[in-house]
Ligand binder design. Sequence first.
Ligand code: UAG
Ligand code: ATP
Ligand code: API
Ligand code: MG
Length: 492
Amino acid sequence: MKKLKDLTSHLLDEKIIPNENPSITSIHMDSREVKKGGLFFCIRGYTVDGHQFAEQAEKQGASAIVAEEKLNVSIPVVLVKDSKRAMAIMANMFFDHPTTKFRLIGITGTNGKTTTSHLVVTILQEDKRNTGLIGTMYTKIGAKKAETKNTTPESLPLQELFSEMASSQVDSCVMEVSSHALDLGRVRGSDFNTAVFTNLTKDHLDYHQTMEAYKQAKGLLFSQLGNTYDGERKTAVLNADDAASEDFEKMCAAPVLTYGIDQTSDIQALDVNISPAGTTFTLVTPWGEREIELSLIGRFSVYNALAAAGACLAEGVGLDTIKNALSKVSGVAGRFEPVDAGQPYAVIVDYAHTPDSLENVLQTLQDMANGSIYVIAGCGGDRDASKRPEMAKIAVRYSHHAIFTSDNPRNEDPKQILDQMVSGVQQKDDYTVIADRREAIRYAVERANDNDVILIAGKGHETYQVIGENVLDFDDRKEAEKAIIDIKQGRQ
Ligand SMILES: CC(=O)N[C@H]1[C@@H](OP(=O)(O)OP(=O)(O)OC[C@H]2O[C@@H](n3ccc(=O)[nH]c3=O)[C@H](O)[C@@H]2O)O[C@H](CO)[C@@H](O)[C@@H]1O[C@H](C)C(=O)N[C@@H](C)C(=O)N[C@H](CCC(=O)O)C(=O)O
Ligand SMILES: Nc1ncnc2c1ncn2[C@@H]1O[C@H](COP(=O)(O)OP(=O)(O)OP(=O)(O)O)[C@@H](O)[C@H]1O
Ligand SMILES: N[C@H](CCC[C@H](N)C(=O)O)C(=O)O
Ligand SMILES: [Mg+2]
């Protein structure tokens, strides 16, 4: 059991620590979850100010509170300048520095984090490691999945999850590290061993405002990596074909391993061959060469495989293990996932929700399709509006017919989002606007002929649609399947 002062001993910023030193049996950032003997952190959020729940936490039996202002409570209050920062440090102390007990591999970048993290886990498991995974779709300890709200959780639930991983004998944890998480300090106190960069293109400018600030946020993963001198191996794995890597190299004290297709790099893909059946390339590394066979398609998949191979080489995995594991990967849910209901044309569900990812996926389809390409695309509400016209422009440029529809409108008017998309295209372009996503999918399915391709972009693995405050059941894969079957029956 911990005492309050065990947890405050590493708080170096301006603080006032009370004389009392109660026992702390649990820690909480949500007043509704506070237990007797717990420590409650008052966090100023985007929606509410956690300080207003201090009295509720006291009523529920909290032993102490961490806050940024004086409170009207009779339990001890630790006053700090920044309770989010204090929470990251104290959560790490409360759970006994869990990330020092296993290898931690962090993956950042605009696109490819979820895919690359799955590839890394597959390779590490082939190497008989006990893995943990934290990312957009779920968290996983071995095969046990749990739901998650954020791609990278807030520091307190994150350290708690790390602690559970350590108790479950996880020896390697692979996590997606979002730019929001880096900027908001959610991974402060996490001891990364290998840090991977996929790529940097436009997204999240609603939050970061400028590409420079967005890049700086991503760079924090590399500056937080530390160095190898304390005996632990640390490596930054950087994409040599992305200009941002030069900046990250400067921000990083650890050894750097680069990967690429175009630029000369430590880990290089040569003789890349992409076909609808899969991808092959020669993986050239400082440890030797191997012929790689992947069932994933597209040039972007080669980058994800290189990033994963780089991370695993940094983690000491052998080349044969990497080759074998990559040959077994069948795909990641909602990423270029085919829907097959016996139709004579292809339907692909993909999580492309940025201009760059949409362009990559459509380019890949263009290289392969024999018939027409239909793309169904929308843009999320309460998110970066500047990508809307760009995504629409890309959709019409690489398809024969684009259908603009709703993604997750959240608290925005779907019509307004669609108007912003349409502002990026010209009247002569071949597009249709159908706000209802179900109808948009049906529209494409009704029109597709043999050998055509329908790309349903943006929601990938998501099984819901957020409209206003309502979270409705919605799964692009199921909707497509239903539409194919209904329309087939109607045609018979
Ligand atoms: C903008 C943002 O990052 N918001 C995050 C933030 O929410 P918030 O600031 O609105 O929290 P709040 O509701 O104001 O609450 C403030 C505090 O009061 C507490 N509270 C609240 C109510 C109550 O009754 N009692 C109580 O104690 C809350 O627990 C909290 O500690 O803190 C929450 C808890 O950690 C996060 O789940 C939430 O992420 C939301 C869901 C979100 O959408 N975030 C996105 C922008 C995000 O972070 N995305 C990235 C991935 C992006 C990508 O790369 O694709 C991610 O890592 O997920
Ligand atoms: N290396 C890559 N470069 C560009 N686009 C990619 C790359 N890898 C995947 N994509 C595209 O981006 C989409 C999202 O991929 P993935 O989920 O792996 O990225 P992510 O970085 O985890 O995204 P998020 O930030 O939403 O968590 C894929 O469906 C695909 O269209
Ligand atoms: N992690 C991303 C996911 C976007 C997925 C897309 N379907 C949307 O809702 O915009 C975000 O929260 O911005
Ligand atoms: Mg992800």
